[in-house]
Design a protein around this ligand. Structure first.
Ligand SMILES: [Zn+2]
Length: 406
């Protein structure tokens, strides 16, 4: 693995203070190359700049020895990537029971990403996950051949809604020791002075990851449902994350399925999450097996494994979860009519057990044109799986134009 060049990527996109249009455009192109080395045509699409502007900037960057342009196609079809630049982007996904950290060198291929997990997520308290997070970041950065001084930006995905205007929590699960108005991103930044930390809901980042690096590439509208301990979703419209006024858009887990149902951690009743959330599924299987088996499943991952190896009860519980998700998705899709739907999180690992029943149910309850007309909507498992959130977080942290004040 190359050792990196002399120029720091962080200085290139954050260091300059000039707001002159040319400088803003230059930083925009640099960010786009850092997110994904690509052709000038793709860079123009990603940045919303004209091809002539991108071409001029790429020539300037070539003269400064900051990019290399290669490939045998015509000028605009050649791939532009960074050279002589040191930098690594970090993405963090905090879930209820895990912290996932991804690191990718901004001068490398998008596939060369280092990902690591820890078993201490949000439910262990903010002290615990923050400590795990800082340690994992150090480890994955070293595995890219760089060190912490080379971190360009950190994206932090959390299992709570984040107000897009204030970057603070607008709603959180009551089970966690977080409060409305809190800013965990600022706390993480204390460990990495000078590095911008960009925070959002973890399902929003998972959707963004799938859109940029997974099976969602090139889609106009896509919905990503993350179904693990909690159930949430992210919506991408023309390359942008749709958040809504308070960051509460796409909260599919809290669509009411049964107004008289079980009380949900959000304070309402009968939400989708009370039917298909990880804890509920584990409870169902354990309840049915009480008195019969000693090795009761203790996690959703455990249930998925057992179902795959033929356990009939675990299979039934997952199939029912799929049907419930299908009902919630038909309502959502009748409202949004997306091009593609992805199911990720733990349940995304059980394609024929969860996704097939979900599709069958959607065919019964969605408007038929979505499935039967030209270029029908597709519903499939996430390609990036459990890595989607951390990868989307690192990409988004490179993309945004504002910096959290230090
Ligand atoms: Zn709820």
């Amino acid at each position: 693995m190359p050792s990196g060049g002399d120029r720091h990527a962080r200085d290139l996109i954050w260091g300059r203070k000039s707001d002159a249009l040319r400088d803003l455009n230059r930083r925009r192109v640099l960010r786009a190359i850092m997110v994904s080395p690509g052709t000038q045509v793709n860079l123009a699409k990603f940045t919303n700049l004209s091809q002539a502007t991108v071409s001029g900037i790429v020539q300037e960057l070539q003269r400064e020895n900051l990019v290399v342009v290669d490939g045998n196609d015509n000028e605009r079809g050649k791939k532009v990537s960074l050279s002589n630049v040191r930098g690594v982007a970090i993405g963090v996904e905090v879930s209820y029971d895990t912290v996932t950290v991804a690191a990718r060198r901004v001068d490398g291929d998008v596939d060369r990403v280092v990902v690591d997990w820890s078993g201490r997520g949000a439910e262990h308290g903010s002290q615990a996950w923050m400590r795990e997070c800082v340690q994992l970041i150090g480890e994955v950065v070293r595995r890219t051949g760089l060190d912490e001084t080379d971190i360009v930006a950190i994206g932090l995905g959390i299992p709570a809604a984040v107000d897009p205007r204030t970057s603070t929590i607008s709603q959180v699960a009551w089970a966690l020791d977080w409060e409305r108005g809190m800013d965990p991103g600022a706390r993480l930044q204390e460990h990495f002075p000078g590095v911008p930390v960009i925070m959002d809901n973890e399902a929003n980042f998972a959707a963004y990851g799938e859109y940029l690096y997974g099976a969602g590439r090139g889609t106009e509208t896509m919905l990503f449902v993350k179904s693990s301990t909690s159930v949430s979703a992210g919506l991408i419209i023309r390359g942008l994350i749709y958040r809504g006024r308070h960051g509460l858009a796409s909260e599919i887990g809290h669509l009411v399925m049964d107004p008289l149902g079980v009380v949900c951690q959000c304070g309402n009743r009968g939400c989708l999450e009370t039917a298909v959330g990880g804890a509920r599924l584990v409870e169902q299987v354990r309840g049915a097996y009480v008195g019969y088996r000693v090795d009761l499943p203790n996690s959703l991952a455990n249930i998925v494994e057992r179902a795959k190896s033929g356990d009939l009860l675990c299979r039934r519980v997952l199939q029912d979860a799929g049907r419930n998700i299908g009902i919630a998705l038909s309502r959502t899709c009748n409202l949004l009519n997306p091009e593609k739907v992805f199911i990720g999180g733990e349940l995304g690992r059980a394609v024929e057990l969860v996704i097939e029943p979900a599709i069958q149910t959607m065919r019964l309850h969605s408007l038929g044109g979505m499935f039967n007309y030209v270029a029908p909507m597709t519903v499939e498992a996430s390609e990036l799986g459990l890595k989607a959130g951390a990868q989307g977080a690192l990409a988004y942290a490179l993309t945004v134009h504002h910096i959290r004040p230090n």
